[in-house]
Design a protein. Sequence first.
Length: 344
Amino acid sequence: MIVLGIETSCDETGIGLYDTKHGLLNHTLYSQTEMHSDYGGVVPELASRDHIRRVLPLVKQTLSATKHNLQNLDAIAYTQGPGLAGALLVGASIGNALGFALKIPVLGIHHLEGHLLSPLLSTPSPNFPFVALLVSGGHTQLMEVRGVGLYRLLGETVDDAAGEAFDKTAKLLGLSYPGGPALSKLAEQGRPGRFKLPRPMLHSGDLNFSFSGLKTAVLTLTKKNRITQQSCADIALAFQTAAVDVLTEKSLAALRQTGHNQLVVAGGVGANRQLRDRLSEQVELAGATVFFPAIEFCTDNGAMIAFAGAMRLQTSDTSNHSSSNSFTVKARWDLELLKAPIDP
């Protein structure tokens, strides 16, 4: 079964082609970062228009590289949400139009489910069940995963997500968009221990997160200290270390609470080198195993959408299968609503 994946939830146009027999055949990605950098963030209307220009050429490029054509497709999966409504509509409309013309199944995929399952594209890969740390864009969540569509929320952020805090802190330090990667790069030049920042909710007794106060603490530092290139690097390192400490400790607590011995980390912040190093060390000391997606699958991509679609088709889950000429997108969408919540 060959599944075409279309990802257009925000500012990256991703196309993936997944074969249930041979694995990932190919994927292509176009990033709008350069276009949005002039505005210091994503402009939704510009993002939507650019997706319109990119999707079909990328589909042709992806198929051509594998010597496949549209007639070889068995199904199409597209990101139905969450994300920017206009951007989602581009992928949804093109995916459903192709599916209608080819008379093949079309599935709407939850963006976070794509991230959550993306480590299964790598080798070695985890087996169900496992705990997942989702740190993607505006989401920071700990989930218990017992199978495709079987997700239970363990904890989430009560304010800013980790990715948002990285971006906002980067802006405070005068870094360019996208802020998260720029801050991480600057932190490599920082001197450990010069600044001490709080670890919000580290000892809250639950698995929830809070990063708004950490960002505010950085604002206070910038007002109290003379801002130089080195002091910015030192603050960046202090911020990143504090965020990594919280993410690591909460993830370890989730493993203890569930009794599982596998941790999956997915989403853009999952590419952060300090987070990867710290989790790898601490999870191993706890007698468990941590799995990361390949760096290319940390950011939004079509491969994870094609794979999630294939997984759902293999489990005979057609709950989001388009069987009519109408479709919807979901700018807001609770991951747990894909299936009935698992009883604790």
